[in-house]
Design a protein around this ligand. Structure first.
Ligand code: PBG
Length: 324
């Protein structure tokens, strides 16, 4: 008879006791805060689809980056909205593109803040797809060459980590070789390795103006029903030279995070995406749940599943609570 020898509630009787046996600790050290940078001057425009998120210009993003660093958050990830789009997304690798400008400004003002850049073409191409099109189909290999150019331009501007989010096959290898050839031996890669064709990117696509003009991303992003393929994707990216792997989105894919953590030894990042963020915000605005507790529970679940790094729009808010 295990009862009353064992009473599980003994270790839950007080906050001190609960704290004493708590297994998962969230830390500001592993958070990444996403920032959107748009062509212009003096901008801080609220993003309608995403609570408390803004479009900055390369000059104003610096002040924001300083605040992020002050909050103890070690890294930001940058997304760009270019002045104009074209067939090949050429402003994605322009020396004076918005992201390239923002990287230079941020690294000058806050050198200790890690600057990660999203490497993709969807916000830069007229089609809104993540790659080059040939006969209305994604042309994987020519896209890889362009992505390597984008990553290299970010490295030249001073990015610490480049993060390809396009899901082309072989792009990590292309990027790694290109960085090595140009002397960027220490630029790290954080590949969006297992990125699913998820419905939870909706608010982001409004924010980044990157929705596909036709069709969807199902021919290159992963089918949401698959799990083994995620392990294959991750193994390939590691072989091709990524330093960190990412699983995205986080919440519907905690099993993938868990599996990856059991199987691979490199740092695992998880992206708590815009739809997950807004689901909670809208519910909280409707008075249906307590935002702070729900947020911490959400972030903790991602960590508990095995994520070493969490990319989240909640980073600023979470940092406040984790410090106090
Ligand atoms: C670009 C990219 C997307 C996100 C990050 N990088 C959109 C997409 O793939 O459609 C989504 C981020 C979020 O929803 O928070 N390819």
């Amino acid at each position: 008879m295990s009862f009353p020898n064992n009473r599980m509630q003994r270790l839950r009787t007080s906050e001190s006791m609960r704290r004493f046996v708590r297994q998962t600790a969230l830390s500001v050290d592993n958070l990444v805060y996403p920032l959107f940078v748009k062509d212009g001057k003096g901008l801080k425009e609220p993003i309608e689809s995403m609570t408390d998120c803004f479009h900055f210009s390369p000059d104003t993003i610096v002040r924001e980056a300083e605040q992020v660093a002050k909050a103890g958050i070690p890294a930001v990830i940058l997304f760009g909205l270019p002045k104009k789009k074209d067939e090949i997304g050429s402003l994605a690798w322009a020396e004076n593109g918005v992201v390239q400008q923002a990287i230079r400004e941020i690294k000058k003002a806050v050198p200790q803040l890690l600057v990660i850049t999203d490497v993709c073409l969807c916000a830069y191409t007229r089609s809104g797809h993540c790659g080059m099109l040939k006969d209305n189909k994604i042309d994987n290999d020519s896209t890889c060459e362009l992505l390597a150019k984008v990553a290299l331009s970010h490295a030249y501007a001073g990015a610490d980590i480049v993060a390809p989010s396009d899901m082309m096959d072989g792009r990590v290898g292309y990027i790694r070789q290109c960085l090595e050839k140009n002397g960027f031996h220490d630029t790290a890669i954080m590949a969006y390795s297992a990125k699913y064709a998820s419905a939870f990117y909706g608010p982001f696509r409004d924010a980044a103006d990157s929705a596909p003009a036709f069709g969807d991303r199902k021919s290159y992003q992963m089918d949401t029903a698959n799990s083994d393929q995620a392990m294959q994707e991750i193994a390939l990216d590691i072989e091709e030279g990524t330093d960190i792997v990412m699983i995205k989105p986080a919440l519907c894919f905690l099993d993938i995070i868990y599996r990856a953590k059991q199987r691979f030894d490199c740092p695992i990042a998880a992206y708590n995406v815009s739809g997950e963020y807004m689901m909670l915000n809208v519910a909280a605005q409707a008075g249906l749940l307590d935002k702070k507790s729900a947020m911490l529970e959400m972030l903790c679940s991602i960590k508990r599943a095995g994520a070493d790094i969490i990319i989240t729009y909640f980073a600023r808010e979470a940092a406040k609570l984790l410090k106090s």
